[in-house]
Write a protein that binds this ligand. Structure first.
Ligand code: CA
Length: 228
């Protein structure tokens, strides 16, 4: 089924341009010219993605972004003439997934919309998966353990959480900061060293030679990833 995209934009010409552009790419496009219309649409049916202008006749799009994000996981891409870094940051902090500055390049809009849809699809697939296969590793949420070549590694709860976070990203690198943020509460002592300690323990359980890891790899200066 084609992805359903809601375009929230008050300028007629821009709205029509976006509508035609996305329809030509095969998306099911609905448009709204005000925040009120947008909120009504979002309540009416499930959208796969929302393109959101910021300066709307009945208010600030950021406000709509916040209200939508409070209830829906739908990817939101902000479209705005406000190009200041601060505006971008506020937009992303308000729950938007991406920020495109107007005037936009049609191909860029399409590429970013596709990228967000792909990301959302991957996330929902990962969240649903009880068992993740990646390279020689099987991460089993029901067992709360990882298996290497069919053999359970015997991970502790936190070790499992760490491996699961990496597995959920496929073979993509995950930053040390993200791991710390996800695994340790703010008041817990969480230094880089702490992550390294866990990585070392996990390697002892899953690698043939923990000194020369083949499964849980270090991404120098960034974080870690699983070999896929
Ligand atoms: Ca506008």
């Amino acid at each position: 089924m084609p992805a359903a995209v809601l375009v929230v934009e008050d300028e007629l010409l821009t709205r029509q341009t976006l509508e035609a552009l996305l329809a030509r790419e095969g998306f099911r496009v609905t448009t709204a010219g005000t925040i009120a219309e947008a909120m009504a649409e979002v309540g009416r049916r499930a959208y796969d993605l929302i393109l959101l202008d910021l300066m709307l006749p009945d208010g600030d799009g950021l406000n709509a972004c916040q209200r939508i994000r409070a209830r829906h996981q739908t990817p939101i891409v902000i479209l705005s003439t406000r190009s200041a870094l601060e505006d971008r940051v506020v937009g992303l902090e308000t729950g938007a997934d991406d920020y495109i500055v107007k005037p936009f390049e049609p191909r860029e809009v399409v590429a970013r919309v596709r990228a967000q849809l792909r990301r959302a699809q991957e996330l929902s697939r990962t969240e649903r998966a009880e068992v993740l296969h990646i390279g020689r590793l099987v991460v089993d949420a029901a067992l709360q353990d990882a298996l290497v070549d069919g053999k359970p590694a015997g991970l502790t709860q936190k070790e499992f959480q760490l491996v699961h976070l990496l597995a959920a990203r496929g073979g993509k690198a995950v930053s040390r900061d993200f791991l710390i943020e996800q695994l340790w509460a703010e008041d817990e002592l969480a230094s880089d060293k702490n992550v390294a300690v866990y990585i070392r323990r996990i390697r002892q359980k899953i690698e043939r030679n923990p000194e020369e890891p083949e499964i849980l790899l270090t991404v120098r200066g960034f974080g870690y990833r699983l070999a896929s």
